[in-house]
Ligand binder design. Structure first.
Ligand code: ADP
Ligand code: MG
Length: 551
């Protein structure tokens, strides 16, 4: 066995293994290059989900013949003028995308600099230089990647279905478009346009919100709160949805660090923590947050694809995101989302329904005032149904003076689940489980802050089988749980003995609680600060201890 330095082409293919995982990663690298070249229009065309052809054309700075020859060399970059990795100001800086792509595909790059008459084209096949010849091209650069991975068949085999690969490409383009509202983007596949975003050249908050609306839907525009927060040299801006405008997953939460789209578990945990007093626990807001900080406070050189970053001080960033979101929510979060109020409002308007539902002679509009007379059609969306409401008191409280409770005075219970209350000038409908959960949660929070929490010993410990690694992950945190009044012990491999529970809970499904906590830990384990974690756990515990429907 002889030690030797590998030839450049092999080195490039090894790098390609990290940087270029699939067509979407090639699109990302090329579009980022176009952004770095100050383009205002970027057009991406694919054939066969990018497997046969990826073409990216821009109207950016372009390159001279010499630059074109150099840019495909390994570690050739124009983006680190002072060799200072602490001052990364471009999307790129590693100088390895083009040589990596060119080593595993048939690669052609054509470019013309703005002050040059002549365009040039470089051709490379599987890493082997073919030629550098005069060509025709408008100002800017056009890159064509044919037969990606033809030179590395093992990687080719790993590609997924066309649909999946296209989704991944769309996701990349969408994220880069969110961060660059001044640039026109167009993405097409096999001649069909998949996305087209018109750039707004004026730098304003509006242009960012318009672009987010183009991508996330116009409802997002109407249902989001502006975030604008500054602490020392760190700035957080962007938009976050109203609590009433939410999703079942956290997939629509976007973070940009110095305008670079990043995926960060920190974001998921902090957004969850910021919204937890406003949103049901299994619902998620939509957010697009832009964090700007001096380049030396963040390391983007963590991963070849630069999808992750490390902050010099994570606690500060986390604190900022939570404060910024909480501030905005506190000042504007009570606004209900327009989509929900419109839908609800429409249900009350008879003219919105097909005439078979509400024919006007049978259902004249003035009858709305007479719901008590029971003359509504049976098929209406809302019907007057007095027998279902169980009055809490027999007295007619309509005329009694209203005590000044924020949730009004309760008048009845519907479906054994909702409490109807009346305030001085309105009606409030309370989900009793959610309300009780909140009360238990607030009590626990206050109790922990003051003096810890009262515990209740179980006569017979509850044994819960979780399996590994769930049980050991949960036990690792047993000190934190103890603070919350939950005493856990190991009971053999994968099994946990619960010895004491928070007294507040009363009778509860202990095994269900432990399983939910284990899920929480798996999902948010390292990403929540201790305090947020405690609050989140309080929420889970409170949920288990609260009044269910009918109780
Ligand atoms: P990096 O982006 O990290 O510098 P790349 O291999 O992606 O490395 O690109 C190498 C160099 O080629 C860039 O630094 C840039 O100078 C030049 N380049 C690449 N794409 C373009 C483009 N679309 N327009 C102008 N110059 C480009
Ligand atoms: Mg690059």
């Amino acid at each position: 066995m002889t030690i030797r330095i590998l030839p450049p082409n092999t080195v490039n293919r090894i790098a390609a293994g990290e940087v270029i995982e699939r067509p979407a990663s090639a699109v990302k690298e090329l579009v980022e290059n176009s952004i770095d070249a100050k383009s205002t229009r970027i057009e991406i065309s694919l054939i066969n989900a990018g497997k046969t052809l990826i073409k990216v054309e821009d109207n950016g700075s372009g390159m001279t013949k010499q630059e074109l020859g150099l840019c495909v060399e390994r570690h050739a970059t124009s983006k680190l003028p002072d060799d200072d990795l602490l001052q990364v100001k471009y999307m790129g800086f590693r100088g390895e995308a083009l040589p990596s792509i060119a080593s595993v595909s048939r690669f052609a790059m054509t470019s013309r600099k703005h002050d040059s008459e002549q365009a040039w084209q470089i051709n490379i096949e599987g890493g082997d230089f073919c030629n550098l010849v005069p060509a025709a091209c408008k100002q800017g650069t056009s890159v064509e990647i044919r037969d990606l991975f033809y030179a590395t068949p093992a990687r080719l085999k790993l590609l997924r279905s066309d649909r999946t690969e296209i989704e991944k490409i769309k996701d990349i383009v969408m994220r880069l478009a969110m961060a660059n509202p001044h640039i026109d983007f167009m993405l097409s596949c096999d001649g069909k346009i998949l996305a087209k975003y018109q750039g707004n050249r004026q730098e304003s908050g509006d242009s960012r919100l318009n672009r987010l609306g183009d991508i996330l839907g116009k409802d997002f525009r109407a249902n989001s709160l502006a975030i604008d927060y500054k602490r020392d040299e760190i700035k957080l801006s962007g938009f976050a949805s109203l609590p009433t405008y939410n999703r079942g997953t956290s997939s629509e939460q976007y973070l940009f660090v110095n305008n670079r789209p990043v995926r960060d578990k920190l974001l998921l945990g902090t957004v969850k923590a910021a919204y937890q007093d406003f949103l049901e626990r299994n619902r998620h807001p939509i957010v697009a947050l832009f964090l700007d900080l001096p380049p030396e406070q963040v390391d983007v050189n963590v991963h070849p694809a630069k999808a992750e970053v490390r902050f010099r001080d994570t606690a500060i960033i986390r604190g900022m995101i939570i404060s910024a979101l909480k501030n905005s929510l506190a000042s504007g979060g009570q606004r209900a989302s327009s989509s929900i109020s419109q839908v609800a409002g429409n249900l009350f308007r008879p003219q919105q329904f097909p005439s078979t539902q509400f024919s006007s002679p049978q259902f004249p509009s003035h009858n709305y005032n007479n719901v008590g007379e029971h003359n509504l059609p049976q098929n209406s969306f809302f019907d007057y149904a007095p027998p279902l409401a169980r009055p809490l008191e027999q007295t007619n409280i309509t005329n009694s003076p209203q005590p000044n409770y924020r949730l009004g005075a309760a008048c009845g219970q519907l479906h054994n689940t909702y409490i109807v209350a009346q305030t001085g000038d309105g009606i409030i409908l309370v989900d009793q489980h959610a309300a009780h959960e909140r009360l238990v949660y607030e009590k626990m929070k206050t109790a922990i802050e003051k003096s810890g929490i009262a515990r209740q010993k179980l006569l017979i410990p509850e044994i819960v089988e979780l399996g590994e690694p769930y049980a050991s992950h949960l036990l690792k945190r047993s000190c934190e749980f103890a603070e919350l009044g939950l005493i856990l012990d190991s009971f053999g491999e994968g099994t946990i003995a619960v010895r004491e529970i928070p007294a507040l809970l009363g009778k509860t499904d202990i095994a269900g609680l432990i399983r939910d906590l284990a899920d929480d830990i798996e999902e948010f384990g390292e990403s929540l600060a201790l305090k947020e974690k405690l609050e989140h756990i309080c929420g889970t515990i409170a949920c288990h201890g609260s009044v269910r429907a009918g109780r």
